[in-house]
Design a protein around this ligand. Structure first.
Ligand code: PLP
Length: 408
């Protein structure tokens, strides 16, 4: 029995045949007829244009229905399920995620989100007073807060860099991090895709530079998994955390953590029970009782993602970003805070209007143009983050372009 048959028999998944057929049709990134069909796989609220898919991805209806079925199934079986089948099912789910990022299932666990994954490493790292950590001011606030807490509790020293919005080349970014490293540096945190701008960073080069100086690298992949294609081992990082409710469109509250095998034993787990029982990365994965039905929907989300095609999804997302940025990048009064080079961005871009504060821009986009975004104002980034999804139409982006032209 192969893996697919196994999952079908024990967990009962597979998309509706009509949807699977639709997803499998050949189509390019600019085939609006195809993408209009994909849009129909979702229930889209008509009151506004959702260009804030960076927070999390809503589920296609087929995945949502499967998720509801998992809730019913777990509820039907009760404690019996939780004491027995839960464990092999969860293992099967983490294997599916490991397949998506092309790493060994022995090196990956399912968590609640990126915050839990990365804060577990930051908090559980065997710090000595005076050790140093490096990260960027544009990194996600929750992880910066966790580093600040460890600094207060354990006396570590934090070195912060500020990322350029439009780097000349990879070396500019690698050198920025390299210059912050000292003989006391132990850990460097870096975003795979910066959440406020959508900029993709040269992770492998940063890791190779840091390793040459004896520094470990923890990557914040919240926005990268199932958005851009990559092989996790090729990044050469030591730790990688992501939220699966973002671009993999798993129900809310499911994330992943990868730890290189040689580091597993030295990290202090947040919840200690598994430390006694489990060997390998499982020692970091004691969750307590948790909504396992959300984990079970991983199989349905992965199925949808696979049918859509990772390469095609990435191409469409980048196409949508470029569709609107190309029309406004050189307009007077419009400021793009995301690099133009296609290898440095995916779906996300950040745009400002010179004469408006980001919060005013977000309000006017919503009030006057029915476009929902999020305002970003800090650390050199002033604008609204614009995040389309696979269901976003070019007509919706035309509305954004009209709005920006009028507001600028
Ligand atoms: C770069 C980055 N890291 C971490 C997070 C935190 O994700 P979560 O709230 O799912 O833990 C986010 C959320 O938007 C993010 O953009």
């Amino acid at each position: 029995m192969n893996k697919r048959q196994f999952l079908k028999s024990t967990l009962g998944f597979s998309l509706m045949p009509s949807l699977a057929h639709l997803l499998a049709q050949p189509a390019t990134a600019d085939d609006e007829l195809y993408w209009a069909q994909i849009r129909k796989a979702y229930r889209i609220k008509p009151d506004y244009i959702n260009l804030e898919n960076g927070y999390y991805n809503i589920l296609p209806e087929a995945t949502l229905e499967k998720h509801i079925q998992h809730i019913r199934d777990v509820n039907y079986q009760g404690a019996y399920y939780m004491r027995t089948t839960q464990f092999p099912d969860r293992k099967a789910m983490s294997k599916l995620v490991a397949d998506v990022v092309h790493c060994s299932p022995d090196d990956l666990i399912i968590t609640r989100n990126t915050t839990e994954s990365l804060d577990m490493i930051i908090g559980g790292y065997p710090w000595q007073a005076g050790d140093e950590a490096v990260f960027a001011l544009q990194d996600y606030g929750a992880m910066q807060d966790m580093f600040e807490q460890v600094a207060r509790r354990q006396g570590i020293v934090l070195k912060k860099v500020s990322l350029p919005l439009h780097p000349a080349d990879d070396e500019e970014i690698v050198n920025l991090y390299a210059n912050a490293i000292t003989p006391k540096t132990k850990l460097l945190m870096v975003c795979h895709m910066v959440n406020v701008t959508g900029q993709i960073l040269p992770i492998q080069k940063i890791c190779d530079m840091a390793h040459a100086k004896g520094v470990e690298v923890m990557v914040d992949g919240a926005h990268a998994v199932a958005h851009i294609e990559f092989n996790l081992p090729d990044l050469h990082c030591d730790y990688y955390g992501a939220s699966l409710h973002k671009w993999l469109a798993v129900p809310l509250g499911v994330g992943m953590l990868y730890v290189k095998p040689e580091h597993v034993q030295k990290i202090w787990p947040v919840f200690a029970e598994n430390e006694k029982a489990a060997k390998g990365i499982e020692r970091l994965n004691h969750l307590g009782t948790n909504p396992v039905h959300a984990h079970l929907a991983i199989q349905d989300a992965v199925e949808f993602y696979r049918q859509l095609g990772p390469a095609r999804k990435e191409a469409r997302l980048r196409y949508l970003q470029q569709y609107w940025t190309k029309q406004v990048r050189n307009l007077p009064g419009v400021i793009l805070n995301t690099p133009e080079d296609p290898k440095r961005h995916g779906a996300i871009a950040n745009v400002g209007v010179a004469k408006l504060k980001p919060a005013e821009l977000a309000k006017r986009l919503l009030d006057e143009y029915k476009i929902y975004t999020v305002a970003i104002d800090g650390n050199g980034v002033r604008g609204c983050r614009i995040t389309p999804n696979v269901f976003t139409s070019t007509a919706e982006l035309d509305q954004l372009v009209r709005a920006l032209k009028a507001l600028a």
